[in-house]
Design a protein. Structure first.
Lengths: 101, 101
DNA sequence: CCTATCTGTAAGTGATAGCTTACGTAAGCG
DNA sequence: CGCTTACGTAAGCTATCACTTACAGATAGG
């Protein structure tokens, strides 16, 4: 149960995934995110908390508002995690091909 | 809402992810999977149905039992999906670097 | 200061999802 | 043919989770 597991589970929710996609392209405030989404502002705030806990986003204060941005390193961990699946899949496939002959 | 979304959501559940990991290394029957996991056999069967629906596993009949195997192509789709996130993340980072100067 | 803006948190609610037990079905074996 | 093995499905229960409204805290501005 690595930390990448939590990242994957965090991106499972559709609206939370949309939040993440939005902050990928450009850092945004909570209110700006909420105005684009079909949910209330507290809901967005809760999603951002989850994304921050698993290390997919970072936040900085800017006056009264908080700017959230995607974390490339966090996303890299998830990518690496899925790559282990991919490599194992290829290894099993190669083994099966040998036994076939 | 592509099909890769469903793959990601399918792997969000811990036990379903364990099922998938098991069939990655080697094709297994439902009973063999259930004996290794802390859940009942019907539970495993339901997980396999979801994994099959989203295209992460394939199944073949072998006598009375069904053998499930991971689908490399299905996993490739999920990888490609995450790569779009990754590339967008890099693009945004490059843009921010330019504006910085 | 006083107010307005922006945000996080608490509490409560409705729906979804994973699990179990019970049942029905198809394929091998004596 | 019974009988066993292996599996899928239906029904029901429980817990989790995403959402809402209401409230509290912090910062800028007149």
């Amino acid at each position: 149960m690595t930390n990448a597991d939590l990242k994957l589970e965090a991106l499972a929710d559709p609206t939370r995934r949309r939040v993440f996609e939005l902050v990928i392209d450009q850092p945004l405030s909570v209110g700006a995110l909420a105005s684009t989404l079909p949910v209330s502002r507290p809901a967005v705030s809760q999603h951002l908390r989850v994304l921050k806990e698993v290390g997919l986003v970072t936040d900085r204060a800017e006056g009264t508002r908080r700017i959230y941005a995607a974390s490339p390193s966090g996303l890299a961990e998830l990518r690496a995690y899925l790559d282990t699946f991919w490599q194992r899949s290829l290894a099993a496939f190669a083994t099966a091909a040998e036994e076939q002959t």
